[in-house]
Design a protein around this ligand. Structure first.
Ligand code: GUN
Ligand code: ZN
Length: 434
């Protein structure tokens, strides 16, 4: 057990869009967070705990629930920041060749360990992850996650067409692999299985139907995919599925939209699509860094939220250029600003940080486990410096209220500000330089 003393910030309620006042946030400066031997938070209090508690005192540092990255690719650290392409070219030029290497279990094991340690070194303690088409890539990820005790949702990627040799499965073999992986990993420790359709162009209608049947057979399974990211992609899907009303409708028709569905991007959706997402209880993972880097487009968060759709935030590395959730949220602010300053598009620090913690946890039906600094929840935590340099130090000095201070931190901080990360009360990342 351990008692941590720091400035505690979390978001028990969803802040209203544009809300910057103190009611949108729970701010407990200079409080003690108590963590039990079972890895759960046992209390939060202003007064120092009794002498039986080992203590860590971090005055003037910020303690947050660990970040939740709802869409990220474990094999794509090798292609992060690859030059000069949009989505479909990017996949064929950089990404598919890199993913082919994960057929080798040793590559998948080493890559998964590197990837999860990198998440922890950015303050991310839970993630919804795409490995590769290879069954062993999912095994390697779940094994590495189990060693660390991290909350990981993932599944072998389904792709049985329009992908190069060495990266295609087939319906029967993929179904067998999924069933075996589900039996061995779903609900084991903190692992959960996601039926993982890469995107509509790389699955035949038969494979989509098989994926939908898996979801139907076990409603506790997650589903993850990409949707309406890029205009050429949307046109291609319309050619491949002429009978579908829209790109999203391809997934709806296959039974893939449900309350545990996480669909990345959703930039090019219309009102009918948003209504279908809302009715299904599915969520969109907004990936601003990736959308800017690949030139995919500007996701309209307030319009999507106003339609009743849950929105979380994700790095989408390697389309995204950083695992840092602060950098991702800063890009998210800039995307919304590009859609229109003063027209209700300004992304508050409260909305952004709620979406990256409590909001994602609730959308994933994990609100009882992660996302808040609350007794009973797992002690998945990250501890941050408010500033590490002269510029952000000065900005913190002159901030006039809490939102200004946290907003400036969100825009200026990154992994250099991370002091320590705990998973289930165990410190798994520690910054070595001051
Ligand atoms: N669409 C299909 N596959 C991918 C991928 O790996 N990254 C992104 N950003 N979009 C995709
Ligand atoms: Zn992606």
């Amino acid at each position: 057990m351990i008692a941590l003393h720091a400035d505690l910030l979390d978001f028990p309620q969803a802040p209203a869009w544009g809300e910057t006042g103190p009611q949108g946030v729970r701010w407990r400066p200079g409080h003690w967070l108590l963590v039990g031997d079972d890895g759960r938070i046992t209390g939060v209090q202003a007064e120092a705990p009794g002498p039986e508690w080992p203590r860590e005192d971090h005055p003037g540092r910020l303690l947050l629930p660990g970040f939740v990255d709802t869409h990220v690719h474990s094999p794509q650290l090798d292609v992060i920041a690859s030059y000069g392409t949009e989505l479909l070219d990017w996949l064929h030029t950089y990404t598919f060749p890199a993913e082919r290497a994960w057929a080798d279990p040793a590559v998948a094991a080493a890559g998964s360990a590197l990837f999860l340690d990198a998440l922890l070194a950015h303050g991310t303690t839970a993630a919804v992850v795409f490995p590769t088409v290879h069954k062993g890539s999912a095994d390697a990820l779940f094994e590495a996650a189990s060693q660390r005790g991290m909350r990981i949702i993932a599944g072998k990627v389904l792709m049985d067409r329009h992908a190069p040799d060495g990266l295609r499965d087939d319906v029967a073999g993929a179904e067998r692999d999924c069933i075996d992986l589900i039996q061995r990993w779903h609900g084991r420790g903190r692992n959960a299985y996601a039926v993982t359709v890469r995107f509509a162009p790389t699955s035949t209608p038969e494979q989509l139907a098989m994926a939908g049947a898996l979801c139907h057979a076990d409603p506790t399974l997650y589903m993850q995919t990409h949707v309406a990211e890029n205009r050429d992609e949307v046109r291609w899907v319309a050619e491949l599925f002429p009978q579908a009303r829209s790109y999203l409708d391809v997934y709806a028709g296959a039974g893939l939209l449900h309350p545990r569905s996480v669909l990345a991007h959703g930039i090019w959706l219309n009102a009918d699509d948003r209504a279908a997402l809302r009715d299904a209880g599915a969520q969109i993972a907004f990936c601003p860094s990736s959308n800017l880097f690949l030139g995919s487009g500007l996701f309209d968060w307030p319009a999507t939220a106003a339609a009743g759709v849950q929105v979380s935030v994700a790095s989408d590395v390697g389309g995204g250029t950083s695992l840092s959730m602060q950098r991702t949220l800063a890009d998210g602010y800039k995307v919304q600003a590009s859609l229109g300053k003063g027209t209700g598009h300004d992304l508050s620090a409260w909305c952004a940080l709620h979406a990256a913690t409590r909001g994602a946890a609730e959308a994933l039906h994990l609100g009882h486990e992660i996302g808040l600094l609350e007794p009973g929840l797992m002690a998945d935590l990250c501890l941050w410096d408010w500033a590490v340099g002269a510029v952000d130090g000065r900005r913190q000095q002159v901030a006039r209220d809490l939102h200004e201070k946290v907003f400036a931190w969100m825009l200026l901080a990154d992994e250099r500000h991370l002091v320590r990360t705990w998973v289930a009360g165990r410190p798994l990342y520690e910054r070595t330089s001051a």
